[in-house]
Design a protein around this ligand. Structure first.
Ligand SMILES: Nc1ncnc2c1ncn2[C@@H]1O[C@H](COP(=O)(O)OP(=O)(O)OP(=O)(O)O)[C@@H](O)[C@H]1O
Length: 605
């Protein structure tokens, strides 16, 4: 058991990332950590001083015996000093818990912000990986309470260790055997707790995927996004039952190891209590035989229960730290994840020519974890100021192509070039500013209508007129102007005074966002699918004027949206099968013709 305990201790020190945790705490809260350390030292000194003065008091009383006025002044002196130390100790202890709260609050905020920073720094491919979601889930489960718990545990460990040194030195002065005996009786409790934390952490890792499934089901049942379908298909009870079954499964796993821990802790607590009384018996018998003085017995009776409590406290703080280690580890794992889109070591500036072109050369792409390529041998030219369209059936690879153009993924082979330079040679953030895409699943931000548009150029200092111009160009002005609060109206119904708009109106806001951006390429990926036919016609009939001298890439399943494009690429099964103007492609009577010619579709079906 001792060997296993030592193994556990070794594992504990290496697994705990203690140094890294301390570094993190230091970076998050330098001032409060310094104050906290100072308080730990002062608290320990006062604790020592209160015990020492008590010992002096007892020594004085026992030296002169009772009914002896000779020692009155000395007794009062030590009594006052002991009282002063004890009162200051209590006061400092009360203040220090506030300091630890301040410190842990700062640490929690810091960790939260670093988690978000790490998550937004990762590329889209991480969202393909269940392992990433598991890490993210555990890191987010860190919440705001756990960093508090961890900081409190570390501070407690520091304080208890200092107090233990003080008390141990006093107990050793009475009889050197007392302290090791006491420690020996407390070790089994610590061992059981660390063992429990170990199994609990293993269980947490094993249960993360199931936990995520349960959270997903809970979101389905409670979030507004699925409320309509859940009701109209009557899915509520079915999903709720699956959710309950998963929760019960998770609970039973946890209870199983808690039951084992309860049995073991019952045993080790009994052993600790027996040890505690064995030491008292040893001292009491010693006093009967004259081996220990009255002063020693008194000091022992004061210090010994304290030592016992401190050891128990220490064991509980260590196991708390260990139990929460899995979350800390996941936070560090998240911090250590590196984007798989490498940044150029010496990025070159984006060309500032007023006209720039984009070209895709011999591009092939396979999604991470996918078995087959999604895009094969793609060659596309997007000349400056021109409108290019990409069409194709569902699953042809159109949106994938857009993700590559936005550099959300890198090609498996081939290149995307901006003015003849591979886009990987630019800083990705600077490059992405040049490409603005409205995706099929565009964002609906529950902020003001103005901010929904302003998100297109959040760093820019732009005039209100420019914002309204963007809204006018997308057609969003028609409904924003009807709101009493105009552009300041909060969109969506999540927040108070929010105003829900139709899906087509949300889409107009998303297009306005793209128009507002300063990018030189605008991509509309099925971005007008919810617009009524009239609104779409108005938008595309004068699309060129609306986008100014920028280039545009349009993806649409409607011929009316693409027919005005300068050049159209037809994608099928990840390959370009036809290219040309609307007239040329219709005349070809090939894939493009079949896609849009309803009679031909009818014949084919
Ligand atoms: N994240 C992904 N991981 C693996 N495969 C994916 C991923 N996203 C899309 N695919 C696959 O890539 C293929 C092309 O998808 P893509 O979304 O590019 O098609 P699309 O032409 O935009 O279709 P639609 O017209 O339906 O929007 C599909 O077969 C799809 O299953």
């Amino acid at each position: 058991m001792i060997k296993s305990f030592l193994n556990k201790l070794h594992k504990l020190s290496t697994n705990l990332n203690l140094l890294r945790i301390l570094k993190l705490i230091w970076s998050a809260s330098k001032v409060w950590t310094t104050v906290s350390i100072a308080f730990i030292i002062v608290e320990s000194v006062l604790f020592f001083s209160s015990l020492y003065m008590l010992k002096k008091l007892i020594d004085t009383v026992s030296k002169y015996g009772i009914n002896n006025l000779q020692n009155e002044s000395e007794v009062i002196k030590y009594l006052s000093l002991a009282a002063l130390s004890a009162i200051s100790y209590a006061a400092i202890k009360a203040i220090s818990s506030y300091i630890t709260e301040k410190q842990s609050g700062e640490v929690a905020e810091y960790i939260d912000s670093k988690i978000h920073e790490s998550a937004i720094g990762l590329d889209l491919s991480f969202y393909e990986s269940p392992e990433y979601f598991d890490i993210l889930k555990r890191a987010r489960d860190m919440g705001s309470d756990r960093p508090n718990l961890i900081v409190f545990s570390i501070v407690d460990i520091a304080k208890n260790t200092m107090s233990l040194i003080v008390i141990a030195s006093m107990l050793v002065a009475i009889d050197w055997r007392l302290f090791p005996i006491l420690a020996l009786f407390v070790i089994p409790t610590l061992w059981v707790r660390i063992n429990f934390a170990d199994s609990q952490n293993a269980l947490r890792i094993a249960q993360t995927a199931l936990e995520r499934k349960s959270n997903y089901l809970s979101t389905l049942l409670t979030a507004d996004t699925h409320a309509k379908e859940i009701r109209s298909f009557g899915l509520g009870d079915y999903l709720r039952k699956i959710h309950v079954a998963i929760r019960l499964d998770l609970l039973s796993g946890r209870l199983k190891i808690s039951k084992r821990r309860t049995y073991k802790e019952l045993l080790t607590s009994t052993i600790a209590a027996i040890g505690f009384f064995a030491c008292i018996a040893y001292i009491a018998i010693g006093s009967i035989h004259g081996r220990t003085s009255v002063g020693d017995i008194t000091l022992f009776l004061v210090a010994f229960p304290q030592a016992f409590n401190i050891l128990q406290g220490l064991s509980s703080s260590i196991s708390t730290l260990y139990q929460n280690n899995i979350f800390v580890k996941s936070v560090f794992e998240l911090f250590d994840l590196k984007s798989s889109l490498p940044e150029a070591e010496h990025p070159i500036p984006i060309p500032d020519d007023s006209l720039i072109d984009l070209e895709i050369k011999d591009l092939n792409f396979t999604y991470p974890h996918a078995k087959r390529p999604t895009l094969t041998n793609i060659n596309i030219k997007m000349p400056a100021g021109k409108i290019v369209a990409v069409v194709g059936m569902n699953g042809a690879g159109k949106s994938t192509l857009i993700k590559l153009m936005c550099r959300l993924y890198d090609p498996s082979s081939g290149q995307i070039m901006l003015n003849g330079t591979d886009i990987r040679r630019f800083e990705s953030r600077a490059y992405r500013k040049e490409i603005c895409a409205v995706f099929q699943d565009f964002g609906k931000y529950n902020v003001s209508a103005a901010d929904n548009i302003r998100f297109g150029d959040i760093d820019g200092i732009r005039s209100e007129e420019e914002l309204q111009e963007a809204a006018k160009n997308s057609g969003a002005d028609s409904f924003i102007d009807t709101f009493p609060a105009g552009y300041q109206t909060i969109m969506g119904r999540i927040f108070e005074d929010g105003h829900e708009v139709s899906i087509g109106q949300w889409q107009k806001l998303a297009i306005a966002r793209a128009f507002y951006s300063k990018s030189r390429f605008i991509i509309l990926d099925e971005a007008t699918s919810a617009l009524d036919a009239n609104a779409e016609k108005i938008l595309f009939d004068s699309f060129r004027e609306r986008i100014g001298n920028r280039a545009a890439i349009i993806i649409s399943h409607r011929q009316s949206a693409v027919k005005h494009a300068d050049y159209i690429y037809m994608l099928s099964n990840g390959k370009i099968v036809e290219a040309g103007t609307n007239e040329a492609l219709m005349a070809l009577q090939g894939h493009y013709f079949k896609l849009f010619n309803k009679d031909s579709l009818h014949h084919n079906s």
